[in-house]
Design a protein around this ligand. Structure first.
Ligand SMILES: NC(=O)c1ccc[n+]([C@@H]2O[C@H](COP(=O)([O-])OP(=O)(O)OC[C@H]3O[C@@H](n4cnc5c(N)ncnc54)[C@H](OP(=O)(O)O)[C@@H]3O)[C@@H](O)[C@H]2O)c1
Ligand SMILES: [Zn+2]
Length: 494
């Protein structure tokens, strides 16, 4: 039996000689035993960093799995600069104790053709970004018995039909005896459509190659088990890291009913997000630089911010940013999206200027979250097409509580929120613990001085051991700028 997983090319020995740790691209070093278990039971995902045991299988979950699973590396290869893939032979795979059931997945040989088609399925899934929320991004390809592509599908929320069903429809009879390639486990429950696992079985598909199980712990593994029960061969784990990243917002939302929260900022090398306020004041569009002397980051980096916005359901700022910069806060990536990017402004006492560009361009896509809603001010904003809602204040500062903000957005089926706030909102978000990940852009500039605006103002973390600690970070280059993307919390964690 073989399992496939994406690795960086580094294979580490775990503390115990028979065990193996895989250097995973997104989450650092992961224990192969935990990794294998996580394929079937994401609720107990125990990658390194999140793994109770660190780099080796020493923790409780890992120990339970260890007694039941034996791992050996069989081969490791890297082809033509493709993402390296580590192959693990796993004898006797049983699910770990928390799941209680046996996973008899027959994972056989995965060929370069499989890689090609699964890559295509991932690309199709990616093309559904901003068209699927609050559901996951899914792409599917069907190859016939001879290995020719005969059907493909991309899920979109408005299209209703799931990707594999679209692919089956396109393939028609040629699906019989073929292989389905898909980034996510086929569903086994009735939602707006019937269960896809049944459609796959009915189409006579003999083999399913999937990247990962459904991140919803309520249904995870059921689709695969249903397929296996009908005699379909199931292989899981190829390109798993990419697939997990693609649906990380869905994973967070479906498990917690709150959005994946990403804190984004553009700053100088010394961590300043704006020059001293008096110099940066520009009543027209401060974000565009104005008298502050221009943007912090380059056009290339700012174009990427638009892509980032495109991937999100909502953008969140404090009213301070509106007053200082008068930003539009729209998705100007040029790509289609199902719902407009929800522009959320945190504004305790409704100070939002009626003449601001956000207000002037509101089309049922601006939500002001306040803590004290003075009826007259509320009505005035509502008459301008702005939604105003109250979030109870929990802290003595009397401002909307950040976890409350996240919950309210979740109630509105917002699966991902991009905080592009100023110094105060950035700190409030970090301090409250709502931030899942950061995307911090740096320009090779130094502002220095006490007066310029820091990335996060407020009390700050008082000791190094309290400092927010990024896991699994990636560096991105944008011309002369760069960005750090990293996680404060595992989107697939509990
Ligand atoms: N480079 C960048 O990436 C970037 C991005 C955005 C802004 N900026 C810069 O940041 C500066 C503005 O900073 P800022 O701190 O005033 O902006 P901000 O953090 O966006 O807004 C702060 C205001 O938000 C309101 N607020 C509502 N709920 C809050 C909560 N839970 N926690 C904290 N604040 C809450 C507060 O006003 P009330 O008490 O009235 O509610 C507060 O004064 C500008 O110079 C701007 O250019 C830079
Ligand atoms: Zn389905």
């Amino acid at each position: 039996m073989k399992f496939w997983g994406n690795g960086l090319g580094k294979i580490l020995r775990c503390a115990k000689p028979a065990d193996v740790a895989l250097c995973s691209r997104s989450f650092g070093n992961s224990c192969a035993v935990c990794w294998a278990a996580s394929l079937y039971h994401p609720a107990i995902l125990t990658r390194t960093g999140w793994c109770p045991s660190g780099a080796g299988p020493k923790g409780a979950v890992a120990r339970q799995s260890l007694g039941r699973t034996k791992t050996l590396i069989s081969t490791f290869r890297q082809e033509n600069n493709k993402i390296p893939v580590a192959v693990f032979s796993i004898e006797r795979v049983l699910l770990c104790a928390p799941c209680g059931s046996v996973a008899n997945l027959t994972v056989t040989n995965v060929t370069p053709t499989d890689e090609l088609f699964l890559r295509r399925a991932l690309e199709l899934a990616r093309s559904g970004i901003a068209l699927t929320s609050p559901n996951p991004n899914v792409g599917a390809v069907i190859a016939d018995k001879a290995g020719h592509s005969v059907g493909a599908g991309t899920y979109t929320y408005d299209g209703i039909q799931h990707a594999e069903v679209l692919a089956i429809e396109e393939a028609g009879e040629r699906a019989g005896g073929g292989t389905l390639y898909i980034n996510l486990e086929p569903c086994s429950h009735h939602g707006r459509t019937g269960p896809c696992a049944e459609a796959v079985i009915a189409a006579g598909i003999r083999r399913v190659v999937a990247c990962m199980p459904d991140p919803n712990p309520m249904v995870s593994g059921r689709g695969f088990r249903r397929l296996q029960a009908a005699g379909v061969e199931v292989e899981v784990g190829l390109f798993e890291e990419e697939a997990r990243k693609l649906n990380e917002s869905f994973a967070k939302y479906i498990r917690h009913k709150t959005p994946l929260v990403t804190l984004k900022a553009a700053m100088t090398l010394d961590g300043k997000i704006a020059p001293p306020p008096v110099e940066s004041h520009n009543p027209t569009a401060l974000g565009a630089g104005g008298v502050s002397g221009g943007w912090i980051t380059s056009e290339t980096a700012r174009a990427h911010v638009q892509e980032l916005r495109h991937e999100h359901d909502a953008i969140v700022v404090g009213v301070g940013t509106i007053i200082a910069d008068d930003p539009l806060l729209t998705d100007r990536s040029g790509h289609a999206r199902r719902r407009p990017l929800l522009r959320v402004i945190l504004d305790s006492r409704l100070r939002l200027p009626h003449g601001s560009r956000v207000v002037k361009t509101a089309k049922d896509d601006v939500l002001v979250l306040c803590s004290f809603a003075e009826a007259k001010k509320k009505q005035a904003l509502q008459s301008l097409g702005i939604r105003v809602e109250q979030i109870p204040a929990v802290l003595p500062d009397g401002r909307p509580d950040m976890p409350g903000v996240a919950r309210r957005l979740g109630e509105q089926e917002i699966t991902s929120a991009l905080i592009e706030g100023g110094a105060m909102v950035n700190w409030a978000a970090l301090a409250s613990g709502v931030v899942d990940k950061v995307f911090l852009y740096y320009a090779p500039k130094i502002l220095a001085g006490d007066g310029s605006v820091p990335f996060a103002a407020g009390a700050g973390f008082r000791t190094m051991s309290d400092a927010a600690y990024l896991k699994s970070f990636q560096l991105h280059r944008f011309g002369e700028d760069f960005a750090v993307e990293g996680y404060l919390r595992d989107p697939y964690g509990n």
